[in-house]
Design a protein around this ligand. Structure first.
Ligand code: ATP
Ligand code: MG
Length: 330
């Protein structure tokens, strides 16, 4: 079988459930950019996954394009990796259906998202079936290992089960991905609620969420208002000083240092916040400008995303054809 199983591929999607945050940048985009060149990378905007919950079509379309522009602006794409919108590559949906015909109702009912949100009136059927789409996302690109954080491991376990069942029932078709715990990446906390993770799906006006597209003034104001504590000493101690420690971690991630080592440089919270502000603006400013250029030239943005979809389509078509044949879908 001539598959890409011998090649190491990097594969990751981000659901456009809100405007991307500094957490998404440090924990995902920037890491993807750093890995380019070492591996073949497929990075997609998982627009279909955002449809499992009530959504506004106009906002959804804008968020999808803007997220695509941010991927490109951060340095992904061109000759270095493949950036595309999930729905532009129909193989994802086709493969998802084949996997729905492989999955059992029992295992889908045990998925955490469905157990937590599936009981409400008006629950979309896609909230029940989306794990098959996620399995399709992974299996189409024959990634051998999928690095995931704790909240994603159930999806990869299901993907493995479906791939193995399919292979046993219809013949060797899929590479069964291994689940590898993601390397400990920066975990950026909400500036207002340092015990919580910073999340893109927080309300647009959440004061503790730094968005990748925030203007320098907004960034400065959010960091100025970040929650600290009353003892006044800049010290790295996530247990007792979560707010200050989060600011030190952000700074450390941006300047390439370690948070405990940076702490003694600051005599008070004001100077620490000023340094964090400068570092965040220096990192995000150029990305925001490039994003804005792309959004102002939709033809160019669409051209770049179409080129990515074309390359993703070529990669995915082989596996889809094999799965269709194996299942008897001529
Ligand atoms: P949502 O609220 O929709 O779950 P999110 O901001 O948590 O949005 P995800 O779509 O869950 O983002 O994750 C996208 C990528 O960003 C993942 O690789 C995840 O590890 C990373 N990521 C998300 N939030 C953070 C954060 N606060 N710090 C570091 N990395 C993060
Ligand atoms: Mg999340």
């Amino acid at each position: 079988m001539n598959t890409a199983a011998t090649r190491e591929r990097d594969l990751s999607g981000i659901t456009p459930s809100g405007h991307l945050t500094l957490g998404n940048h440090l924990g995902a985009l920037r890491r993807f950019v750093q890995r380019q060149g070492r591996r073949e990378g497929f990075y997609f905007i998982a627009d279909l996954h955002a449809l499992t919950m009530p959504h506004d079509p106009v906002r959804h379309r804008l968020l999808t394009l803007s997220t695509g522009a941010l991927f490109l602006a951060a340095g992904l794409g061109a000759d270095r990796s493949v950036v595309f919108v999930q729905s532009h590559v129909p193989a994802h949906v086709e493969m998802a259906y084949l996997l729905e015909c492989t999955a059992h109702v029992g295992e889908l009912s045990r998925m955490i998202q469905f157990k937590e949100k599936g009981g409400r009136p008006g629950t979309r059927a896609s909230l029940f079936t989306y794990p098959c789409l996620m399995a399709a996302d992974i299996l189409l690109y024959e990634a051998r290992s999928v690095p995931v954080g704790g909240d994603q491991s159930q999806h990869v376990e299901l993907t493995r089960d479906l791939a193995e069942r399919f292979n046993v029932t219809y013949g060797e078709t899929f590479v069964v991905p291994e689940l590898v715990p993601a390397a400990l990446a920066a975990r950026v906390a909400d500036l207002q609620h340092p015990a919580r993770k910073m999340s893109k799906s927080a309300p647009d006006d959440a004061a503790g969420v730094l968005r990748m597209l925030d203007s320098p003034d907004v960034i400065a104001s959010k960091i100025r208002r970040a929650v600290t504590d009353s003892d006044g000493e800049v010290r790295y101690d996530p247990e007792t000083k979560p707010g200050v420690s989060n600011l030190l971690e952000i700074l450390a991630a941006l300047v390439g240092s370690d948070p405990a080592g940076l702490a003694p440089r600051f005599r008070g919270y004001g100077p620490l916040k000023a340094s964090v502000t400068d570092a965040v603006i220096a990192e995000l400013g150029p990305i925001r400008r490039r994003h804005d250029e792309l959004m102002a030239d939709p033809a160019e943005l669409v051209r770049l995303l179409d080129a990515g979809a074309e390359r993703a389509h070529s990669a995915a078509a082989t596996v889809l054809t094999r799965a269709r044949k194996a299942m008897g879908v001529a």
